[in-house]
Design a protein around this ligand. Structure first.
Ligand code: DC
Length: 241
């Protein structure tokens, strides 16, 4: 009995202390590794803001599609940016995403927009345009930011960096369940192929490719539950405090 009380105290102490210190925590990794689920829970445990940077690239992709622009035409995509307004509205349960004042929160979650986001994210002008947006949101700390280049490029000074991975079949199965749960038609094989293609694109692009930061802690979530991953991350954050 007394042991469990001590355990409870030692579990909560790092969380409270991290909350006071307002750290920058980054989570990078491939599609379907569980970054969003884990980042949201981690942010809630720490009392931090959750920043989904993939949503920003998806928002740009949505605009490119709505404007009927070829995503391979980098100059045309870049030309669209000065008249584009992307905004995130923070809600603890579900952050909302707006493009030019229109709520695109659900519309940006389709497989088509996933692929388009990966394509437009390889365009240097798009990455440059989104860089200050992300840094402004995270500058004051107290943030859990997830994406592909948070630890390497956006917040190289982050105090706690993670690279979350899982094997391809596990990632495909998770994404398949997620899509089906959101009412999108999804075939497991096709989802796996899409994830594989997107990862190849994200890992091999010239600008800010998906690579672990040298100082990132790597976690393979293939055989771990969500709680196990969150607790492992909290343990690392506690050591870094
Ligand atoms: O995390 P996500 O699946 O919502 O991201 C969609 C695409 O956006 C992803 O395939 C690559 C791109 N992206 C990126 O290049 N850099 C980030 N920090 C986040 C996402």
């Amino acid at each position: 009995m007394s042991r469990s009380i001590v355990q409870a105290q030692s579990d909560n102490a790092p969380v409270a202390s991290a909350a006071q210190r307002r750290l920058i925590v980054t989570l990078d990794g491939p599609a379907g590794a569980g970054k969003s689920t884990v980042a949201k829970l981690l942010a809630a445990r720490l009392g931090y803001l959750y920043l989904d940077t993939g949503a920003l690239y998806r928002a740009v992709a949505w605009k490119v599609r709505a404007a009927g622009i070829d995503p391979a035409d980098a100059a045309a995509v870049a030309g669209l940016l000065p008249t584009t307004k992307v905004a995130l509205e923070y809600r603890p349960d579900r952050p909302l995403v707006f493009v030019d004042g229109r709520d695109v929160t659900d519309a940006i979650r389709t497989p088509e927009i996933s692929q388009l986001a990966s394509l437009v994210s390889a365009i240097p002008a798009v990455r440059e345009w989104l860089l200050p947006v992300q840094r402004d949101i995270g500058a004051a700390g107290g943030i859990v930011a997830e994406g592909r280049d948070l630890g390497t490029r956006i917040f190289p000074q982050a105090q706690a960096k993670f690279f979350l991975d899982a094997d391809l079949t596990t990632r495909a199965a998770r994404r398949h369940r997620e899509l089906a749960g959101a009412g999108h038609a999804s075939e497991l094989e096709r989802t796996q192929q899409e994830i594989e293609d997107r990862d190849r694109q994200d890992r091999t692009r010239d600008v800010a490719p998906l690579v672990p930061a040298p100082d990132a802690v790597r976690v393979d979530s293939s055989t771990l539950t969500v709680d196990q991953v969150v607790n492992r991350l909290l343990d690392v954050i506690a050591i870094k405090l």
